[in-house]
Write a protein that binds this ligand. Structure first.
Ligand code: URA
Length: 244
């Protein structure tokens, strides 16, 4: 489908629309080996060979999806054991999306999937301290002092965890539902943190990335995120403090 060149360049993620106009004016864009200088020029990314500084532009649209991952699905893109993969759940999405970070096979909940490597790097980089919130059903009734230890930081695999926000949501017969927010993402971190205070995680679900929460999204379903929703991921810079 033909579109204005500025729009195509912006969609490809190489420039904003304004920057795209600058690239065109500078004679850096070619369509089918012809330098383009006209601003109103249209092209078809599926048919025309479009280059910037001689390098072909890849035209995959960036797409961001929030999936409510069920237990039993792996977050890798290939599994030698042939187990179900989270990508199997993205019916109707033709782009190749990859998960941002990981969730254990037996963990449920919010999993962001995208083809935007830059965004994935930002989310996973410790500098951005994106908060991740989990609901953990744990064995027994952890004492206040033990939960305070989790909140302050506790030794896991020889390293002290960063401060966490911890809140008791419910007490059941022999188990407690606890909300915990962390901004690290070490392997099996939440399970290991509870293990360190002597309580086993019986069920684990991630409910939110930053202020982006699962809401009413059903298990196994996904929704495509808007730009405003994406911003919510980075909007929690407040230090993590506990409310036990
Ligand atoms: N912490 C865990 O223990 N498991 C997960 O899947 C995510 C965080």
């Amino acid at each position: 489908m033909e579109e204005r060149l500025q729009k195509i360049l912006a969609k490809a993620g190489i420039a904003s629309r304004r920057q795209a106009e600058q690239l065109i004016r500078a004679g850096r864009i070619q369509i089918n080996d012809q330098v383009v200088v006209e601003m109103g020029c249209r092209a078809d990314p599926g048919r025309d060979r479009i280059t910037c500084d001689g390098k072909p532009i890849v035209f995959e649209e960036k797409i961001y999806v929030l999936l409510n991952k069920p237990a039993g699905y792996v977050t890798t893109l290939a599994d030698p054991q042939g187990r179900p993969m989270v990508s199997d759940l993205l019916t109707g999405i033709t782009e190749r999306l990859f998960p941002v970070g990981r969730l254990d096979l037996d963990t449920e909940g919010a999993l962001l999937m995208t083809n935007d490597g830059n965004l994935a790097n930002r989310i996973l980089h410790p500098r951005f301290e994106v908060n991740k919130t989990y609901e953990a059903l744990v064995s027994g009734f952890p004492a206040k002092e033990k939960l305070a230890l989790l909140a302050q930081g506790i030794m896991v695999d020889g390293i002290k965890t960063q401060p966490a926000r911890v809140r008791v949501l419910q007490r059941h017969a022999g188990a407690s539902l606890i909300e915990i927010t962390i901004h690290e993402g070490k392997k099996r971190q939440v399970r290991k943190m509870f293990q360190a205070i002597g309580h086993r995680v019986l069920h684990l679900k991630r409910t939110a990335y930053g202020r982006l929460s699962l809401g009413s999204l059903a298990l196994g379903k996904f929704r495509v995120l808007s730009a405003d929703e994406l911003k919510k991921i980075f909007s929690t810079k407040s230090p993590l403090q506990s409310k036990t």
